[in-house]
Design a protein. Structure first.
Length: 397
């Protein structure tokens, strides 16, 4: 997802010790979670969530991100335990009428499934967060190196299966990077592992963003990515429909140059999702749903003009997955994407210095500033990039 997610907070054990236990409603209709944009709870704009709830009428949000300190869940890694600002923000949001989905993982830090190698301890770590916040909706945002780490993928899904058995009614979503055509090789293997472990995935959320090259039709790309995600999930053996698919674009300017989701694109995505019964709509992120004076990519604004809450109002008005229960028999036709302005040349031999305007494939190894990286998603590099800019594409070795 967004590479500039700066996370902060304290361990679940530490914040539980404060005695602040957050409760949830006795019963939450599934439709309450049909629109649940991500909120970077450590960003400077995190308190904009209050405005989105009170003025944009959000009823749910995805709280990002819980990561790992060994087997201890933490809200990022820059605040010392016991000094979390996250709990008060979640508590205030709930008092204003919005319910949280707690998301584990993200592009930064280490996800618990990687940091905690003991399966029972891993399940206990996830459970401690579920118990502390009194929630029944969790999300696992697995991207970058984590989705290619097959051992942690299997360990995580075994733990998730245990969570589903121990928490009747637990709603589980996974959020994964996609191409315009749907999940890549790693994403397909990820879904197959969920099926082999007997995990029920209520929502498979496609990160419709940062495709690795300019795309002039980000709305069309989101539609074909969603259709490809459904097809991949079914091919993996999961019994799903569009009601189990989520779409999460990055609003405004994406990290990838030339990938921009405008307000008009957002409306097209919402219309298509509504018509096809998509189960959840989200976006990255609530804090970015305000204009930037100078444009560009920021954790606190979209890089576009317009007004605050433009995207929240567009997504929330669409009603998320309230479309027909009968699924279309034919998925949308794959739309061509806009090619890079510079035609890719033959990539350099594996292990050579990274260069711009080359087509890299999964497994290619490059060096940059003396550090080695492995390509984990095929893409074309662009001038102005460097491997660390897009962790979903490169794994540091």
């Amino acid at each position: 997802m967004l590479t500039k997610r700066l996370l902060a907070g304290a361990s679940a054990a530490a914040i539980a010790a404060t005695g602040l236990i957050l409760t949830t409603r006795a019963a939450d209709a599934a439709t309450n979670y049909a629109v649940a944009p991500y909120v970077d709870l450590s960003a400077g704009s995190a308190d904009f969530l209050d405005t989105a709830i009170t003025q944009g009428h959000l009823t749910a949000f995805t709280a990002a991100f819980v990561i790992a300190s060994g087997c201890t869940p933490i809200w990022g890694d820059t605040l010392t335990p016991g000094n979390s600002t996250v709990d008060p923000r979640i508590s205030r949001a709930k008092s204003e009428g919005a319910q949280p989905i707690i998301s584990f993982g993200g592009a930064g830090g280490v996800e618990l499934g990687q940091g905690c190698t003991n399966q029972s301890s891993l399940q206990a770590a996830y459970q401690s967060v579920i118990t502390h916040y009194g929630i029944n909706h969790v999300d696992f945002d697995i991207e970058g190196a984590a989705i290619a780490d097959t051992a942690s993928v299997d360990r995580r899904f075994k733990a998730i299966k245990g969570l589903e058995n121990a928490n009747p009614g637990l709603n589980v979503s996974v959020t994964i990077p996609v191409l315009e055509s749907g999940p890549d090789t790693w994403g397909k293997a990820f879904l197959a592992n969920a099926a082999s472990n007997g995990v029920r995935l209520d929502i498979i959320n496609a990160m419709a963003m940062d495709y690795g090259h300019p795309n002039a039709d980000m709305a069309g790309a989101a539609e074909t990515a969603a259709a490809g995600t459904l097809a991949a999930a079914r091919a993996a053996g999961l019994n799903v429909s569009y009601a189990n698919i989520g779409i999460t674009p990055m609003i405004g300017q994406n990290d990838t140059a030339g990938d921009v989701v405008s307000q008009a694109n957002a409306q097209t995505i919402v219309n298509w999702a509504h018509a096809n019964g998509i189960g959840r709509l989200a976006f990255w992120s609530v804090g970015r749903d305000q204009p930037c004076a100078g444009g560009g990519v920021s954790p606190n604004c979209s890089g576009l003009g317009g007004s605050p809450l433009d995207f929240t109002k567009i997504f929330n008005a669409g009603g998320g997955g309230t479309g027909p229960t009968t699924q279309p028999t034919t998925p949308p036709t794959t739309r061509p994407t806009t090619p890079p302005t510079t035609k890719p040349t033959t990539p350099p031999a594996s292990g050579t210095t990274w260069v711009a305007n080359h087509a890299y494939k999964i497994g290619d190894v490059v060096t940059y500033n003396g550090v080695s990286y492995r390509c984990i998603q095929s893409h074309t590099s662009l001038t102005g990039w460097e491997p660390p800019n897009v962790p979903a594409l490169w794994q540091r070795l």
